[in-house]
Design a protein around this ligand. Structure first.
Ligand code: 5GP
Length: 199
């Protein structure tokens, strides 16, 4: 499918899954291996950077005031307080629209409430839910991270249960039982969708 100017039309890809399901590792490899021009949407957040995280790459790290100003200006495609009353996370609309205009496939790694909101604006977005191999594995990974307090871990587990209960909203379900296998499955989903768009 092309735009009026002949540029191939980009696609929006939404990937959700509980925090600790190994999304970051899987997606890093997916960007390297995908056969379509896949780029990451860099979310804005008020959460503090974890060690090693880079501003503008992992997130745009904003102060509460900066985030609130973008909200006031209506610049977010979606934004939410992800862990019930905690930090804000959001997708700025313009960078996404600009990448789509360039024919890119833009991947949004966002939570379920954000995905529902984005689907209102982009109903044909491709939706993929990444499952942990089990809840026990999820707990093990969250605790192994050692950057979050026990209260934060409990909030993330509660959030994970609620997100898993809504996974059926997504078109594709992928289990991260083994990273390379999950990445290969994601690559073939993207290729299948790419082929469908030529039919
Ligand atoms: P983390 O703090 O571990 O990086 O991310 C926590 C959660 O926030 C993840 O489940 C992720 O999907 C979600 N998240 C990250 N960016 C956004 C965003 O821009 N919008 C929404 N709604 N959720 C996001």
């Amino acid at each position: 499918m092309t735009t009026d100017s002949g540029t191939p039309r980009g696609r929006l890809v939404i990937v959700s899954g509980p925090s600790g399901a190994g999304k970051t590792t899987v997606l890093k490899r997916l960007y390297q291996r995908a056969a379509v021009p896949l780029v990451a949407s860099v979310s804005a957040t008020t959460r503090r950077p974890r060690p090693g995280e880079i501003d503008g790459v992992d997130y745009r790290f904003l102060s509460e005031e900066q985030f609130a100003e973008h909200r006031r200006q209506g610049e977010f495609l979606e934004c939410f307080q992800v862990f019930g009353g905690g930090d804000w996370y959001g997708t700025l609309a313009e960078p996404v629209a600009s990448s789509l205009r360039q024919g890119k496939w833009v991947l949004l790694e966002i939570d379920v409430q954000g995905a529902r909101e984005v689907l209102k604006r982009y109903p044909d977005a491709l939706t993929i839910f990444l499952h942990p191999s089990s809840l026990e594995e999820l707990q093990r990974r969250l605790r192994g991270r050692r950057t979050d307090s026990e209260a934060a871990i409990q909030r993330r587990l509660e959030q994970a249960r609620s997100e898993l209960a809504q996974a059926h909203v997504y078109r594709y379900q992928v289990v991260n039982d083994e990273v390379d296998r999950a990445v290969a499955e994601l690559c073939s989903i993207l290729e299948k969708v790419e082929t469908e768009s030529h039919d």
